[in-house]
Ligand binder design. Sequence first.
Ligand code: SF4
Length: 363
Amino acid sequence: MSEDVGQESIPEALVRWFRGHHRELPWRREPTPYRVWVSEIMLQQTQVVTVLPYFARWMERFPTVEALAEAPLDDVLALWSGLGYYRRARTLHAAAQQVASTHGGELPGTLEGLLAIPGIGRYTAGAIASIAFGLRAPIVDGNVIRVYARLFGVEGDPTAAATQRRFWALAEELVPAEDPSAYNQAVMELGALVCTPRKPACLLCPVQGRCVAHATGRELELPSPKKAARRRPMHVAAAVVPHPDGGRLLLAQRPAEGLFGGLWELPGVEVSAEAEEVVAASQEALQRLLGAAGEVVGPPLGALEHTLSHIDLVVRPFAVRHVAPEAAAACWERTAWATLEEARGWGLSSIARRALDVAAGVL
Ligand code: SF4
């Protein structure tokens, strides 16, 4: 049943609910600035349940800012492997080096100081400031937007600048001086557990009596839909290049910047072709690149699909035979030979990992 807010203010009702209903999460048990920082970066665009094992492994391997700053980037990417949006890991690593060298390994305890750290935007700064330092700082993320849009009946594309300003103004106004940490976490937790996108559990909601969307039956119409992002198709032909000595496979490292920056994968080439010609064009493009270094064998071993925020990616691995190892390795900029077991311990995107599984079948 709903819990009537009575004379309580909205923040009081939310905090009271949070104290009784929140999930026990490792970064909540010990909310140091570093742990809150890492958890918030991991939780961007990623579900809590996915983040939990990564967070545990991360804290074991990099328990402090200094430990992270001193680690090679390859180790950091390997630990992040499979979590997606790899720029987050690279930025976290670079930021840790900055915090170690200029702040003695301690995150600054002001909003302005936090905002000066690479990769810490307004949301993350607000989360660290309020949760770890107890400062009265607002936060707005996807969960907060959904709760405020419904609770206060805020219309408009939630990604538009004017609507964003409205959400930040509400957050600023509502966050209390007393226990801003509990309040900010309460709004996010309500969005995650009760005020969910498709099935809000309004009967269990501590602010049901104040909610504009609930009063007008518009829970599912708010927040207003975002303008649909358009994704472009991207076709990649990947080469499964076994070393003639047996046991090892050619891997290539992507450039540090851009899509999957710094990660390892089967060496490949992007193919642009009409849909009906893309398979033949992929084999041709790979053969052109390899020249006399190997013979590309068709048909592809599969078509692995992966949806990114702005790209519909399809990777088609092709077996390569009659390999001239030195010439083949020279076809891409940064390459290395590795056994499957070694390669699986490197920084790989989830689609590169799936491509390796396919390659395993022909080794
Ligand atoms: Fe969300 Fe329903 Fe609560 Fe309104 S009453 S804030 S729609 S859960």
